[in-house]
Design a protein around this ligand. Structure first.
Ligand code: ATP
Length: 190
């Protein structure tokens, strides 16, 4: 089976995430995609909405996305959420699967800062959403040449939006159906 992994803070999840995930499933022909909110992100230092709300918003956003599974593994594990640990977890569960990891171009540029990134590259095909159209050519080349990375650039047209922008101004058109109402009801991001 082909298993995809998509982690993030999702604070909140937006349509940029959902569109990237759909392209990821389609282009890599994934049998299943695990979407995981992190507990404490390694490289961010700001407060986020409660984990239970971020999880709930993901469930709403991915309700109609076939093969997507929202997993609270990183939330239940607690502490800092390292992607290599999540991959090791799925590899232990599904030793015969082939693994694919989805990240945005912003993360490809700092990928060598990720804890144990060599392990990730050994065990996953890296799939990149060009969310900000950053110049990734040199970094991609280094990862392929020096670390044997397999990198696939997703061929869809990304939506340029970030959770940061949405936290400062809630724009309903960038939020998946039901997520805006959830945020309003819960009084998040005020
Ligand atoms: P923030 O603005 O709070 O940093 P974010 O919008 O970057 O958040 P994350 O939860 O950090 O969202 O993103 C999870 C993953 O999704 C990351 O790999 C990120 O690069 C990717 N991503 C975020 N926004 C988009 C987008 N608009 N299109 C494609 N991928 C995205």
């Amino acid at each position: 089976m082909k298993t995809g992994i998509f982690g993030g803070t999702f604070n909140p999840v937006h349509i940029g995430h959902v569109k990237a995930a759909i392209a990821f499933i389609r282009e890599m022909q994934l049998d299943r995609l695990f979407v995981l909110p992190n507990f404490i992100p390694p490289l961010k230092d700001r407060e986020s909405a409660p984990a239970s709300d971020r999880l709930e918003m993901l469930k709403i956003a991915f309700l109609d996305v076939k093969n997507a599974i929202i997993d609270d593994f990183e939330l239940k594990s607690g502490g800092t959420s390292y992607t290599y640990k999540t991959i090791a977890h799925y590899k232990a569960l599904y030793p015969d699967d082939r693994f694919y990891l989805l990240i945005g171009d912003d993360n490809l540029l700092i990928f060598r800062k990720w804890r144990n990134f060599e392990y990730i590259l050994k065990n996953c095909v890296l799939c990149v959403a060009m969310r900000a159209n950053m110049d990734i050519a040199e970094e991609k080349h280094i990862l392929e040449r020096d670390y044997g990375a397999q990198i696939h650039i997703l061929q869809y047209s990304p939506t340029v939006i970030s959770s940061t922008e949405l936290r400062s101004k809630l724009l309903p058109e960038y939020l998946p159906d039901g997520v805006f109402e959830y945020i309003r009801q819960k009084g998040l991001y005020q």
